[in-house]
Design a protein around this ligand. Structure first.
Ligand SMILES: Nc1ncnc2c1ncn2[C@@H]1O[C@H](COP(=O)(O)OP(=O)(O)OP(=O)(O)O)[C@@H](O)[C@H]1O
Length: 455
């Protein structure tokens, strides 16, 4: 570790700042700065390019979560760790959901602090490999073109590193737009086959007949239009990796042929008799529930087990909201460069909007929305008005829960009632709490619990 690790410690108690500085700052590997409020921390960060921030949760004015949100907006690549007392662990959970890397209990155990710093450093350096000078400020968050610093993503990176060393067939599952193709490309790039080809095919985009000929090739005259011999992807990808996207959509006939390749390592071109040997690492992806397709007899069970030797699940974006600012800025950089516009960033409101939206189309949808905003915005900062109305709509119309629906739970009803009363009271918390006959703190807690926010 040649460079010193820069740590900003934020706590409104000066004594805590002193202790932290003297205990952690005496380690030659670390450089420590302290701040006694969220506002001071933000000022400090302008001069002190920290690698990580430790912040107390409860502070007057700007609390730890507000500070973290602001930091994530301005410096999406920064790791934030939250310090909390035993009495406020529920807040710590909230902080984790809002993107904290970890939380530590107060009074601080400095061995734990050191371990936390070392874990952050390990993650940073393990995934730093592809940083270019332009990426400098995003050190550690790009892993083979995959952007993300949520824990779930680090788990993916670790798994990619592990499976890349083997030749096992990998099944990547996850909703559309979660980056399955990037993960497949990363496995290839990290593997010993990296100098060989990486080819991919979207099975859903091809008709049944075409999939077979695309994968295995065909002989001249094998079918109408087969005017010459054609090598399939299994031959073209020899020595490399073949990525079969939307594997759940292939026909039973193709499933049998694939099974043969996986079991015996051989195949034949369509219309051919020659048995060819495949030297290809196979990575498959699907956004379908393949296990279910197996039970419904739409997918062969034996093939399912063959392709599912190692499985990797790409998390949906709504489950790693802490990555939204990072990704939004990444896409902004990309499209700003293409458009030549001088857009500086996102307003806080705009970022909040992006972080609150559910992203059914995941990273692809985020990329599209940022691109659209960059193309059409006339402002230096992207603001809520630059984004589609869709983002401003509440996730679900919770205020209209059908009480007779068998799936309605007590929590649904409570959330619905709270939302309705808040709307009636124009989001005046005191009046709403009075109307519901609960304390304002309780109302606030329930709003947190059900993610109810003023639109
Ligand atoms: N973690 C990420 N970092 C950077 N870009 C991402 C990330 N995840 C997805 N993207 C971008 O989002 C788009 C969709 O990603 P990708 O094609 O890998 O998703 P997918 O899961 O394979 O989708 P589908 O199931 O629809 O094929 C691409 O432009 C990709 O570059």
């Amino acid at each position: 570790m040649s460079e010193k690790i820069r740590i900003l410690f934020v706590d409104d108690e000066p004594a805590y700042c002193r202790i932290f500085r003297s205990r952690i700052g005496r380690d030659p590997r670390f450089l420590v700065e302290t701040a006694q409020s969220g506002e001071e921390a933000l000022l400090r960060l302008q001069q002190f390019p920290a690698d990580m921030v430790f912040t107390d949760l409860q502070m007057p004015f700007m609390d730890g979560i507000e500070l973290m949100t602001e930091i994530k907006n301005r410096y999406p690549y920064l790791f934030v760790l939250i310090l909390t007392g035993l009495d406020s662990t529920s807040q710590a959970v909230k902080a984790m959901k809002a993107g904290a890397y970890d939380y530590l209990l107060k009074p601080l155990d400095f061995d734990m602090v050191e371990r936390a710093i070392e874990t952050v450093c390990a993650h940073r350096s393990a995934f730093r490999s592809h940083a270019t000078p332009d990426d400098a400020q995003r050190r550690g968050f790009s892993f083979e073109n995959i952007i993300g610093q949520d824990r779930k993503m680090f788990e993916i990176y670790e798994k990619i590193n592990q499976v890349a060393q083997t030749s096992a067939t990998v099944l990547i599952t996850g909703e559309s737009g979660t980056g399955k193709e990037l993960i497949a490309a990363a496995i290839h790039a990290k593997s010993s086959r990296k100098d060989g080809p990486f080819l991919q095919v979207n099975c859903a985009a091809l008709s049944d007949g075409l999939v077979s000929s695309e994968l295995f090739g065909h002989e001249k005259g094998a079918f109408t239009g087969a005017v010459g011999q054609k090598k399939g992807l299994f031959e073209q990808a020899s020595g490399g990796t073949l990525f079969l996207d939307e594997i759940g959509d292939i026909s039973m006939t193709t499933q049998v042929a694939l099974l043969r390749i996986l079991e015996l390592g051989v195949f034949q071109r369509v219309g051919g008799t020659e048995t060819l040997r495949a030297d290809v690492r196979l990575i498959c992806a699907t956004n379908r529930d393949l296990a279910r397709a197996v039970t419904e007899k739409q997918f062969r069970e034996d093939l399912y087990y063959r392709i599912n030797v190692v499985s990797l699940q790409a998390p949906p974006l709504r489950e790693r909201t802490s990555d939204i600012p990072l990704l939004a800025n990444y896409f902004l950089d990309r499209f700003r460069a293409l458009s030549g516009k001088q857009i500086e960033g996102f307003t806080a409101d705009a970022m909040e909007l992006l972080c609150r939206y559910q992203w059914p189309g995941n990273c692809r949808e985020l990329a599209n929305i940022v691109e659209h905003a960059v193309v059409f915005s006339r402002n230096r900062m992207l603001s809520p008005g630059d984004f589609p109305e869709l983002l401003r709509q509440p996730a679900q119309p919770k205020s209209s829960v059908t009480l007779t629906s068998p799936s309605t739970t007590l929590a649904d009803v409570e959330a619905s009632l709270i939302r309705r009363v808040l709307e009636e009271k124009q989001w005046n918390l005191k009046q709403a709490a009075d109307a519901l006959d609960i304390a304002r703190g309780t109302l606030y807690g329930k709003m947190e619990k059900y993610s109810i926010r003023k639109p």
